[in-house]
Write a protein that binds this ligand. Structure first.
Ligand SMILES: NC(=O)c1ccc[n+]([C@@H]2O[C@H](COP(=O)([O-])OP(=O)(O)OC[C@H]3O[C@@H](n4cnc5c(N)ncnc54)[C@H](OP(=O)(O)O)[C@@H]3O)[C@@H](O)[C@H]2O)c1
Length: 283
């Protein structure tokens, strides 16, 4: 078994997903060339799981980075786990394939490892794509077809109820904003506390001679949650990758669980005004 496999989780479709993923979404002011550089460095550091989307408008750069690292022998295509996401304007069944093909062309790849629905509140129309029996009934429940749910998740929003549900359904939970985001993105809430400055998180980090970011990521891995971390800074990229060689104690995990405050960094004002907006509920 390769080292990539050892740090991976088996999805319900039988494929393996590395537990630590590299986030590629950056504020609009960041030049796209930085994404290309960052992905190449990330591959050198050891990341094999890359998270992007049609919407991030960076798939050309990520594709170039992956192709260059394949060409110089650093990785093979099959070592890389790449996630893309269909955006809400392509959810009509006949458009999903078009969206995927646009991403693949930009990436210069012939497959992606995971294709997520970016706005899953609109899951229903996509059901038309799923296999049906002779009576026209879906062969699988749509939940059965999901390999992973990618949601905002960190000690201030630990999603413990959702995690329990996902585990009961053999769905892997993936955490975005696992470091509390704090990325200066235009749509992030400005008035929330900064996760990486939390005193409990910092004290646990100090006890382990680690950083708050490493503890925030390790917390997810020990709960069986795949964690995404975005950094285009090589030092922080390395720091975030070094989370597999220490162990949080049960007491640490309990203290981190107790930080849950239902704080969402991602609250898009466009969606949150919708009457069926689901994310105001307690998690
Ligand atoms: N499915 C979805 O709807 C969805 C939504 C949001 C995000 N995502 C995915 O999840 C990824 C991660 O989320 P995110 O980028 O919002 O937030 P994040 O990974 O929680 O945090 C990124 C921010 O933390 C900083 N940072 C990284 N490592 C650090 C460290 N060790 N110490 C201190 N600061 C550190 C980064 O700055 P530097 O770059 O300067 O280091 C950046 O400002 C995204 O890139 C994207 O791929 C998915």
């Amino acid at each position: 078994m390769s080292s990539v496999k050892l740090c991976s989780v088996k999805l319900n479709d039988g494929f393996f997903m590395p537990m630590l993923g590299f986030g590629t979404s950056a504020p609009n002011k960041v030049a796209k060339s930085e994404v290309e550089e960052a992905v190449m460095k990330a591959i050198d550091v050891g990341y094999r799981h890359f998270d992007s989307a049609y919407l991030y408008l960076n798939e050309e750069e990520i594709g170039r980075a992956i192709q260059k690292k394949i060409a110089d022998g650093s990785v093979k295509r099959e070592d890389v786990f790449y996630t893309s996401k269909v955006w809400g304007t392509f959810l009509r069944p006949e458009l999903v394939r078009t969206s995927l093909e646009i991403s693949l062309r930009k990436l210069q790849l012939n497959y992606v490892d995971l294709y997520l629905i970016r706005i899953p509140v609109l899951l229903k129309p996509g059901e038309e794509l799923f296999p049906k029996d002779e009576h026209g009934e879906l062969i699988f429940d749509t939940v059965d077809l999901c390999a992973t749910w990618e949601v905002e998740c960190h000690p201030y929003l630990n999603q413990s109820k959702l995690l329990e549900f996902c585990k009961s359904q053999d769905i892997v939970l993936t955490a975005y904003a696992a470091l509390g985001s704090n990325s200066g993105k235009e749509w992030l809430s400005k008035n929330n506390p900064v996760l990486l400055e939390d005193p409990v998180l910092s004290a646990i980090a100090a006890r382990h001679r680690r950083t708050p970011a490493q503890v925030a990521l390790r917390y997810q891995l020990q709960r069986g949650v795949v964690a995404l971390a975005k950094s285009f800074n090589e030092e922080r990229m390395r720091e975030n990758f070094q989370v597999r060689d220490f162990q949080l104690t049960p007491d640490d995990m309990e203290s981190l669980d107790s930080l849950n405050r239902n704080i969402r960094y991602f609250v898009d004002p466009l969606f949150s005004r919708h009457p069926d907006f689901p994310f105001s509920d307690e998690c």
